[in-house]
Design a protein around this ligand. Structure first.
Ligand SMILES: [Zn+2]
Length: 203
């Protein structure tokens, strides 16, 4: 069950998700308001879509630790077990000359809503957005177990990651550390193939 907690969302998201262009929005609707999470999900993301794709709610993790600090100082948070496993996985790959690093880990439900909002404001349809982006409350990133990974020389979050030595190494070894690929080609959840997205599932 999703906890009842208030999140801030923009009316632009709610209206945009009904298929309107962001530019149609009168200025008075551009302000923010507080709604319950369920209200955001219900009108914003078609319930039928969630059911059809069999998406499961992912509650936000409450116990998070820093798994890695990126060069720009950004901290990537995971639950302690996933962070500990990551701290074994990364040096293990390094020993074989493979450099892998985290570009995204824990993400709040609010942040997920922000991401979707920005895509809607950029003119994308909600159906299209939800092929590459989980509805708020449904992303594995909320759980503090999922990571988006990158390797030097390959553009982040691009399919090309699949052709990297890092991906090949992950494909063969990540499961030994509890990490598995969440969205392979043709996955049952209806997400686009994401070779960079791995999720920790031990414990
Ligand atoms: Zn991801």
């Amino acid at each position: 069950m999703l906890e009842l907690r208030e999140v801030k969302v923009s009316r632009g998201v709610l209206r945009g998700e009904r298929g309107r262009e962001a530019s149609d929005l009168p200025d008075r609707y551009r302000g923010e308001r507080l709604v319950r999470k369920e209200e955001f999900i219900a009108p914003g993301v078609p319930t039928a879509l969630i059911e059809r794709r069999g998406l499961s709610p992912c509650p936000e993790a409450t116990n998070l630790v820093c798994a890695e600090i990126e060069k720009d100082g950004r901290k990537h948070l995971l639950i302690p077990e996933a962070a500990a496993a990551w701290k074994q996985l990364r040096p293990s790959a390094q020993k074989e000359g493979i450099e892998i690093y985290i570009v995204s880990a824990y993400r709040s439900i609010f942040r997920q809503a922000e991401i979707i909002r920005s895509k809607i404001l950029a003119g994308q349809s909600i159906e299209k957005i939800l092929m590459v982006c989980a509805p708020p409350g449904y992303s594995e990133h909320h759980s503090g177990r999922a990571v988006d990974l990158a390797t030097p020389g390959v553009k982040r979050l691009e399919l090309d990651f699949e052709n990297s030595a890092a991906f090949r190494w992950l494909h063969e070894n990540a499961q030994n550390f509890g990490y598995t690929l969440s969205y392979p080609r043709g996955n049952s959840k209806g997400y686009a193939y994401e070779p960079w997205h791995w999720c920790y599932s031990f414990t």
